[in-house]
Design a protein around this ligand. Structure first.
Ligand code: APR
Length: 249
């Protein structure tokens, strides 16, 4: 009897894990008026379910990319590195710019942790490998794959918000540096506009050495610009709806 009770409890806990993540995923998906969020979930889940959580390559999410409807917003696409909070606070308040996390591709999984296990059909949300525990973990591979898709679609004048409060605002090891920047294509893109977000005592500005590496990696034919914008100025812009898109800097 005890064994049966334990088995039922364990079963419920496992099911709750899957159901909880799926519920969050589907709820977020529906906010984007997607017709078949179950189909998007199925495509997502097949990437990692039943697999060793250190053996999920980014290609495992190709079916998810194919299933998730995503339309590029030319001239409004916003990339970022080391500015997660400030960039999302900014884009949430105005419709001027769209980050990956503001699209269905990124929104469904933003802030979540998940993995599968060999021989199991469950989704786990605890005891999953961390970002650096192994390269091919489900979460890291997901962000690599969706970032690649977002960057493949980058068109017109594109913006990237970097952090002027750290000594190396651009890192070639970041997702922005290692995936997105490399996929920017001059046949679709006009310019890359770096916005260096600074605080009272900026550590880095547009003359920072790391930006030389960024420029060197940028596809020839894409114009490069950089502008320093204080965090206070950003806040003022997003709180002031009269300021039209792009007029903030
Ligand atoms: N450990 C844990 N989490 C990490 C790590 C790490 N070493 N590196 C990145 N992450 C996760 C975190 O969730 C972090 O907030 O990725 C997020 C972004 O990491 P950053 O280094 O700040 O930026 P970057 O790697 O350049 O990724 C941001 O990729 O998500 C896309 O379009 C988006 O342009 C954006 C870029």
């Amino acid at each position: 009897v005890l064994i049966v009770v334990i088995a039922v409890v364990v079963g419920l806990v496992l099911r709750n894990n899957t159901q909880q993540l799926k519920g969050t995923f589907i709820d977020r998906c529906k906010k984007f008026n997607v017709s078949d969020c179950q189909k998007v979930w199925d495509a997502f889940e097949q990437a990692y379910v039943g697999r060793d959580p250190c053996e999920v390559p980014m290609e495992a999410y190709d079916p998810f990319i194919a299933a998730a409807p995503f339309e590029p917003a030319c001239n409004r696409m916003m990339f970022w590195s080391k500015t997660k909070d400030v960039v999302h606070e900014f884009t949430a308040k105005s419709d001027c710019f769209v980050t990956l996390e503001d699209t269905v591709l990124g929104a469904v999984a933003d802030g979540l942790t998940w993995c599968g296990k060999k021989g199991s059909s469950e989704t786990f949300t605890t005891d999953c490998p961390g970002w650096v525990d192994c390269v091919n973990n489900p979460v890291r591979s997901f962000w690599k794959r969706v970032s690649a898709a977002f960057a493949d679609a980058a068109c017109g004048n594109v913006t990237a918000m970097l952090n002027g409060s750290i000594t190396t605002p651009f890192s070639s090891q970041s997702i922005f540096g290692s995936i997105e920047l490399k996929r920017f294509n001059s046949t679709r893109m006009e310019s890359l506009n770096v916005v260096m977000v600074t605080q009272k005592n900026p550590v880095a500005n547009c003359t920072n050495a790391s930006l030389k590496m960024l420029k060197a990696e940028l596809d020839n034919g894409i114009q490069y610009y950089c502008k320093e914008v204080s965090e206070a100025q950003l806040k003022e812009c997003s709180n002031n709806p009269q300021i039209t898109c792009g007029a903030c800097w």
